[in-house]
Design a protein around this ligand. Structure first.
Ligand SMILES: [Zn+2]
Ligand SMILES: [Zn+2]
Length: 261
C-alpha cells in the first residue's frame, strides 16, 4: 500500500501508546509514501458533553506541533499529511471549523460514529433494526458530504443495521450515488475487515460496485504495527477485485478550511 490517510495517535484515548514517529517509521517500512494522520477530532462541545472517544481540545496544539515537526523531519522519504477523522454534527460543525481555522489542518475524513449531535446517542457500530436510524444515518452522511469539507468517507457502512435487507440496500444505494455525485471516495476499512467486525459489509460493497464509486483502502491504524499486514491487505484487494473494484493509489485532498483563512 502506498497511501494511508487513516492513522490515529495516542491522544484519542483508545490507541497504542506509541509515539507519533513510530507510525511514520512503520509506514516507511511497509512502503507507504503518503501517510495521513486523521486522529479523532476534538469537538468543541466539551463544556456540555464529555466524549470519551477523541482527543481533548487542549491536545490540539501538541498534535499539530508533533506532526508538523515530523513532516519536516521525514521530508523526501514520506509525505505526511495532517488531518482528522470527524463526524458531521450539525449544531457544532461550524464551531469545529472555526476552532481548526488557525491550524495547518490539511484534510478531514468523514467517520459518522454517532447520529445527531452525539449526545445521548448509541455508537453506530452497535446493532440496530430501526429503519428510522438507518435513514437518519443516510441523511446525515449525505448532509456531511454536501458541506464539501471532507476528502473521503471512512467506513461508510459503519451503521450495523440488522433489519430488512431491502431497506438497507435502498439506503446504501442512495448513499453511494450521493458519494459519487460529490466525488467522495468510499473507504474499505481494514480495521473492520481484519477484526471481522460487521463492516465492511458485503451487501454495501455490492451496491458500491453497482454504482461504480471510487474506493480507497484505509488502515484505521491505532498502533504502528497495524500497517504491517501485507497478507491481509492482499485479501482486501482480492475481495474488492471480485466486485470489480480497484482502490485508488492517490487521493486529492480537499482543504476543509478554504473559506476561513
Ligand atoms: Zn479510533
Ligand atoms: Zn472511525
Amino acid at each position: 500500500m502506498i497511501i494511508n490517510y487513516h492513522t490515529h495517535t495516542v491522544r484519542c484515548g483508545h490507541a497504542s501508546h506509541a509515539p507519533d514517529a513510530a507510525y511514520v517509521e512503520a509506514a516507511l517500512e511497509t512502503g507507504i509514501r503518503e501517510l495521513g494522520f486523521a486522529d479523532h477530532v476534538p469537538y468543541p462541545f466539551e463544556d456540555v458533553h464529555f466524549s470519551g472517544c477523541r482527543m481533548r481540545c487542549a491536545e490540539l496544539p501538541d498534535y499539530m506541533a508533533s506532526l508538523t515537526a515530523l513532516k519536516e523531519e521525514y521530508k523526501g522519504r514520506v509525505d505526511i499529511h495532517i488531518g482528522f477523522e470527524a463526524e458531521y454534527y450539525p449544531d457544532y460543525f461550524d464551531k469545529l471549523l472555526d476552532m481548526l481555522a488557525p491550524w495547518p489542518c490539511e484534510y478531514l475524513i468523514l467517520g459518522q460514529h454517532f447520529l445527531n449531535n452525539e449526545m445521548g446517542e448509541p455508537y453506530n457500530g452497535g446493532a440496530t433494526d430501526s429503519v428510522e436510524r438507518l435513514r437518519l444515518y443516510g441523511d446525515q452522511c449525505k448532509r456531511a458530504m454536501a458541506t464539501g469539507r471532507f476528502s473521503y468517507f471512512a467506513h461508510p457502512d459503519l451503521l450495523n443495521f440488522t433489519g430488512d435487507e431491502t431497506a438497507y440496500r435502498e439506503v446504501a444505494r442512495d448513499l453511494c450515488r450521493a458519494a459519487k455525485d460529490f466525488g467522495m471516495p468510499l473507504e474499505f476499512n481494514l480495521l473492520g475487515f481484519i477484526d471481522r467486525r460487521p463492516y465492511p459489509r458485503r451487501v454495501f460493497w455490492e451496491e458500491v460496485s453497482a454504482v461504480g464509486n471510487e474506493v480507497i483502502l484505509g488502515w484505521d491504524a491505532h498502533s504502528p504495527n497495524w500497517m504491517k499486514q501485507p497478507e491481509r491487505e492482499a485479501e482486501a484487494r482480492a475481495y474488492l477485485s471480485f466486485l470489480g473494484l480497484t482502490p485508488l493509489d492517490a487521493l486529492a485532498l480537499r482543504d476543509p478550511l478554504w473559506d476561513r483563512k
